[in-house]
Design a protein around this ligand. Structure first.
Ligand code: NAD
Length: 263
């Protein structure tokens, strides 16, 4: 999968069409949406109109909590694919482990069926803590390709990244820019940006890439969409990486996956 993609959380359906079209023009080929974002149709419209060949696109969507369970998962997948206007998906993720319901194993078995049937090219999870990943790996036969988790310099997810490395699971960072709140004004990040003649957002994205994370920054502003993919022409040095490592507070912006059970 491309190491850098485009996320569309909180982008209304009609705006998603414009934003995804701008991203595709800027060179993004990987798009991250979810059933709960309510913009699979708008995203699909942009994909269809772009003229980019299907095999060059990498499309991810996610199974919502309310649709967990074997049969419900298969139905939700059909609905997402229909809304996206696609005949196969590149990556399907279980959005949250939803521990209180106890159905992520059943849901994942449906994912394995979709994989076997060639309807999805890869399957994975999102917001899985190490204990959820271990039980999934013990009880099912396909190692998840990806765990998409909240990850940014204030929440570096050391334990999860270590487990992913051992199991060959790609770490995908959601809210890679810390939702643009505060993180991009942190003096250490601003100083590194000045040193390289780059923006703070580019420094944070470059940090993710050098760590080996997959990133899916979101923006609806064309200049920022372009800025966020222009991160392959410079490199952070050891001193920069150490300064960012020191910002870790293991502090979440989003919900705790151990308890989150919204439907
Ligand atoms: P993000 O860290 O990508 O931050 C996005 C915000 O940062 C923008 O709304 C904007 O305000 C600001 N920003 C973006 N580019 C900027 C730039 N160049 N300069 C200055 N500010 C900039 O946050 P996100 O949207 O929460 O996360 C990215 C994607 O991750 C989402 O769109 C979604 O696809 C995915 N996600 C997944 C989950 C999950 O549970 N799996 C949860 C949240 C997000």
């Amino acid at each position: 999968m491309p190491q850098l993609g485009f996320g569309v959380w909180q982008v209304p359906d009609d705006e998603a069409t414009t934003a995804v079209a701008t991203a595709l023009e800027a060179g993004y080929r990987s798009i991250d949406t979810a059933a709960i974002y309510g913009n699979e149709e708008g995203t699909g419209r942009a994909l269809a109109r772009s003229g980019v060949p299907r095999e060059e696109l990498f499309v991810t969507t996610k199974l919502w909590n309310a649709d967990q369970g074997y049969d419900a998962t298969l139905r939700a997948f059909d609905e997402s694919l229909r809304k996206l206007g696609l005949d196969y998906l590149d990556l399907y993720l279980i959005h949250w482990p939803m521990v209180s319901r106890g159905t992520y194993i059943d849901s994942y078995r449906a994912f394995e069926k979709l994989l076997q049937d060639g309807r999805v090219r890869a399957v994975g999870v999102s917001n899985f803590l190490p204990e959820h990943l271990r039980s999934l790996i013990d009880e099912t036969s396909v190692i998840p390709a990806v765990n998409q988790i909240e990850l940014h310099p204030h929440l570096q997810q050391i334990a999860s990244r270590e487990l992913h490395g051992e199991e060959g699971i790609a770490t995908e960072a959601w809210s890679p820019l810390g939702q643009g709140k505060g993180l991009l004004e942190v003096p250490a990040i601003v100083a590194i940006a000045q040193k390289h003649g780059r923006t703070p957002a580019q420094v944070v994205l470059r940090w993710h890439l050098q760590l080996g994370n997959v990133v899916i920054p979101k923006s609806v502003t064309p200049a920022r969409i372009e800025e966020n993919i222009d991160v392959f022409g410079f490199e952070l040095d050891e001193e920069d990486l150490a300064a960012i490592r020191a910002l870790n507070e293991e502090r979440r912006l989003g919900p705790d996956p151990a308890t989150f059970d919204a439907v």
